[in-house]
Design a protein around this ligand. Structure first.
Ligand code: ADP
Length: 201
C-alpha cells in the first residue's frame, strides 16, 4: 500500500487570490504529481451549486447542494487520490461552507458555523493543511470588480463576516490552519504558500 497522500486546501474570501495561486502552482513542475481540484466541482451537482450561487435560492437548500457536491467530490476524487498516495490541493473545500453558509444562515441557527461543521462530522475528510488567504474585504471586492463572473457574496459587509468566520476556524484549529497575508504581490504570496506546503509534506 502506498503512503496516503495529504489533503491541502486553499481558503479565503472572494478576491483573496486563491485561484490565481492555484493556477500558478498547477503549472509548477514541483507539483506535477499533485491532483488539483476545486469546489464547487464540475459535476452536475456542482453546476446546481453554481445556479444557486447566482440566484435567490433558499439558504438552507443552497447549503445542502454544497454539501451534496462535497460528498460527491470526496467519493469520486479526493478519497481515491489520497488512497493512491497522491497529494491533493483543493481551491475551496469544507471551510468555505463553514465560513460562507455560517453567514447566510445567521438567525436560522444559534451557531450556524458550528451547526454546519456538525453535519459534516464522520464522513468528510479533514484537510491536513488549510492555507487561509487573508485580506481585508474592501481590497478583495476591489479586486473582484475586475472580474466578470460576480456572485451574490461579493459585498464588503458580508465578506467581513465571512472573514471573521475563517479567522475563528483558524483560531479553533491552530495545528492545521496557516494564515497568509494576501495583501501583497502574487510572487510573495506564492513563495509563502510553497514554503508552507513543503514544510507540511
Ligand atoms: P479568488 O480565487 O480568491 O476569488 P482570484 O485569484 O480569482 O481570487 O483573484 C481575484 C482578482 O484579483 C483577479 O482579477 C486576480 O487577477 C487579482 N489578484 C489575485 N492575486 C492578486 C494580488 N496578489 N495582487 C493584486 N491582484 C491580485
Amino acid at each position: 500500500m502506498p503512503a496516503k497522500g495529504k489533503l491541502i486546501t486553499l481558503e479565503g474570501i472572494d478576491g483573496s487570490g486563491k485561484s490565481t495561486i492555484a493556477k500558478s502552482l498547477a503549472s509548477n513542475p514541483y507539483f506535477s504529481e499533485f491532483v488539483f481540484t476545486r469546489e464547487p466541482t464540475g459535476s452536475w451537482i456542482g453546476e446546481a451549486v453554481n445556479r444557486a450561487i447566482h440566484s435567490d435560492t433558499d439558504h438552507l437548500a443552497e447549503l445542502f447542494l454544497f454539501v451534496a457536491d462535497h460528498a460527491e467530490h470526496i467519493s469520486k476524487l479526493i478519497l481515491p487520490s489520497l488512497e493512491s498516495g497522491r497529494h491533493v490541493i483543493s481551491d475551496r473545500y469544507s471551510a468555505s461552507r463553514y465560513a460562507y453558509q455560517g453567514m447566510t444562515l445567521q438567525g436560522r441557527f444559534k451557531d450556524p458555523l458550528q451547526w454546519i461543521q456538525d453535519i459534516h462530522k464522520e464522513w468528510t475528510i479533514v484537510p491536513d493543511l488549510t492555507i487561509l488567504f487573508d485580506i481585508g474585504p474592501m481590497e478583495a471586492v476591489a479586486r473582484c470588480g475586475a472580474r466578470g463572473d460576480k456572485t451574490k457574496f461579493e459585498k464588503v459587509g458580508f465578506l467581513e463576516g465571512v472573514r471573521n468566520n475563517y479567522l475563528r476556524l483558524a483560531e479553533e484549529n491552530p495545528s492545521s490552519f496557516v494564515i497568509i497575508d494576501s495583501d501583497r504581490s502574487t510572487y510573495e504570496i506564492e513563495s509563502d504558500v510553497i514554503r508552507t506546503i513543503s514544510s507540511h509534506l
